[in-house]
Design a protein around this ligand. Structure first.
Ligand code: CA
Ligand code: CA
Length: 234
């Protein structure tokens, strides 16, 4: 499903006038030149680059070993994750993650990124689930450690209900907002599926929410209107 389709699905008040959204987008750029809106503040959110990236099926990266920091910009901090290549279809590029390597894994941004206290940030990522093993609900927790605060939310993907396969992973776009509480933030993802067949993750981005578009979203009853006019970054 496209981002636009997802955004406006069940929006409540119908689609916003595109011209109005476009004007607001232009306004956002015009009045806030110092804000890096529409630019992901994390690197390698698609898990494409790193040390010895898999070109075959996958590699398992174990926390506490030399492999833990092989994915550029990320660090495996608990158990393990599988760095998937040809084993299944990626959401973006050719690589993605099974967040349960041999057990429920955790991965965090290796570089603490700069945030503006009090400002809202949009986290987007694509989620699926390992179709092997017993099918059912795969659970992934997203964690933002910002200043002295920690925000988190869990997301689920039911491989039984979705009927995804390794060649058709039926990736779903997920969105989450947090308000930065400090000048730096760390983003993490933790599998809560304690088997070797966990939630799948790809194409993570974190962007400062344009202020006028936040207002437009509220007015139009479409919380993710901002995403409609911005190109998705890999
Ligand atoms: Ca990818
Ligand atoms: Ca696995």
């Amino acid at each position: 499903m496209s981002k636009a389709a997802k955004c406006f699905q069940g929006g409540g008040f119908g689609s916003p006038p595109l011209a109005a959204v476009a004007v607001l987008a232009a306004l956002a750029l015009a009045i806030a030149p110092g804000r890096a809106e529409g630019v992901s503040v994390i690197t390698n959110g698609s898990f494409e680059s790193g040390y010895n990236p898999p070109t075959g099926t996958f590699r398992t990266l174990q926390a506490g070993t030399a492999d833990a920091d092989d994915i550029d910009g990320w660090l495996v901090t608990a158990n393990s994750v599988d760095w998937i290549c040809t084993y299944w279809q990626a959401a973006h590029g050719v690589r993605s993650l099974d967040m349960s390597g041999t057990a429920a894994g955790t991965i965090v941004t290796a570089t603490i990124f700069s945030t503006i206290p009090g400002e809202p940030y949009l986290v987007e990522f694509y989620m699926s689930g390992n179709p092997d093993g017993t099918r059912g609900v795969k659970t992934l927790k997203v964690i933002a450690q910002t200043g002295s605060s920690t925000y988190e939310q869990t997301f689920t993907y039911d491989t039984l209900a979705k009927g995804n396969t390794r060649t058709d992973m039926k990736w779903e776009l997920q969105s989450w907002y947090f308000t930065a509480q400090g000048a730096t933030t760390t983003l993490g993802f933790a599998s809560l599926t304690s088997t070797a067949y966990g939630p799948a993750l790809d194409n993570v981005s974190v962007e400062l929410v344009p202020e006028p578009l936040t207002l437009a979203g509220v007015l139009l009853g479409v919380g993710c209107a901002a995403g409609y006019v911005r190109r998705r970054r890999g």
